[in-house]
Design a protein around this ligand. Structure first.
Ligand SMILES: *Cc1c(COP(=O)(O)O)cnc(C)c1O
Length: 384
């Protein structure tokens, strides 16, 4: 995309909104008849919540997923209305003020009877019916009501529904091992989820949507799709099951490119200790390059002497410790100068490392790499 982007200062994260859009189109293809909720929590996994939400809607997402109230309200405040997308918010603290969310037509989730009552009280003061999703713990062992508590949760919701304060529109759950094809918990969770839906329906719930699948399940477990799927990582273009295939294998394209500039290059002799602790020492006369991005920006300190970057067309690992705001590269004979661009990661087209490579190098998952990119790095959008 050739949109005019702000010039590269110290560093920037370029987010390709056309990639987000086409990833959501691809996920709709995987999802069959189910609708798509683009999960845009955590500032859209570091990509920037509102621009990404709009791109996801343009790609056909009819729902947006938010973990916390501030995110859900931020989507509505940005002008994304209920006709553009339903918004579901699922982490509700005891005592949280839910009235603004009900007033803004945000769907809320309840794990427990007290949460149903809290949503109902907010609906009472907002003067409108709250849309409620009931969450069953089908086996993840995290949020959701246990099977033992499920009937009480359903009964509490139906009581508030009869009083006009809530409408139970969803029943949902979350998978533990959707990225491990063949894991026995998958079938067990589908079974437990189906049983919970059946019990709720017998009690009188008529849900608009039953939803269970995250990204890995969207692309690989059609039996989990039900009425609505909730992809996050795949919408940003990362493979949800790296063992099965890369992004392209699933029709996805990584949306984020992290670029920085060489701030300084300089010649040093052999034997020069580099960065804190001198854990790296030059083994020949060489040139060092200073890159203004560090652990405060999401380059973890565990990437010291390991994290890959692309500079002057060549892959170079970080030399020595990652500092708070800077890293050092040993440039050798590379023909580069202060001001030249360094690519930390991107889709890989130009030979730059991918986020998956970064994740593998430092022993984590793509999710943690992209959500870690700090607020100090400006997000720049292309492809809108
Ligand atoms: C984060 C999250 C998702 C998205 O998961 P991905 O693996 O990124 O697709 C879906 N549902 C819930 C409840 C989540 O917390």
């Amino acid at each position: 995309m050739s949109d005019s982007s702000p010039p590269l200062g110290n560093a920037q994260a370029r987010v390709d909104l056309a990639a987000v859009r086409s990833n959501v189109v691809a996920l709709r293809g995987h999802a069959g008849a189910a609708e798509v909720m683009a999960v845009v929590k955590a500032d859209a996994y570091g990509h920037g919540m509102v621009p990404v939400a709009r791109a996801a809607i343009a790609g056909g997402a009819t729902w947006l997923g938010a973990a916390v109230l501030e995110e859900a309200l931020g989507l509505r405040a940005a002008g994304i209305g209920p006709d553009d997308a339903r918004v579901l918010c699922w982490l509700i603290a005891p005592g949280a003020d839910l009235e603004p969310a009900v007033a803004a037509d945000v769907d809320l989730s309840a794990n427990a009877v007290w949460a149903v009552e809290q949503v109902a009280a907010a609906a009472e003061s907002a003067g409108r019916t709250a849309r409620l999703h009931l969450k069953i713990d089908s086996g993840l062992g995290r949020g959701g009501a246990t099977a033992a508590d499920w009937d009480d949760l359903v009964a509490a919701a139906l009581k508030e529904q009869a009083a006009g304060r809530v409408q139970v529109v969803g029943i949902w759950s979350h998978l533990a091992c959707s990225d491990e094809p063949g894991h026995p918990s998958i079938a067990a969770q589908v079974e437990a989820f189906t049983a919970a839906v059946r019990a709720a329906e017998r009690a009188g719930v008529r849900p608009e949507v039953r939803h269970l699948a995250n990204s890995a399940a969207v692309v690989n477990l059609p039996e989990t799709h039900f009425d609505l799927v909730r992809p996050g990582i795949a919408a940003y273009g990362f493979s949800p099951i790296p063992e099965l295939g890369d992004s392209a294998h699933f029709g996805l394209r990584p949306a984020m490119t992290l670029a920085a500039r060489l701030l300084l290059t300089k010649a040093v002799p052999a034997g020069q200790g580099v960065s804190y602790g001198h854990t790296y020492v030059t083994d020949r006369p060489t040139r060092l390059g200073i890159v203004p991005i560090g652990y405060a920006d999401g380059i973890p300190r565990t990437a010291s002497s390991r994290g890959p970057m692309l500079v002057g067309g060549r892959r170079v690992a970080i030399a020595g410790r990652v500092c708070m705001d800077q890293v050092v590269l040993d440039l050798g004979d590379l023909d580069v100068a202060a001001g030249d661009e360094v690519l930390v990661f991107g889709p890989g087209d130009r030979g730059e490392p991918t986020v998956q490579e970064w994740a593998d190098t430092i022993g984590t998952i793509t999710y943690e790499v992209v959500t870690g990119i700090g607020a100090r790095i400006p997000r720049v959008y292309t492809g809108a």
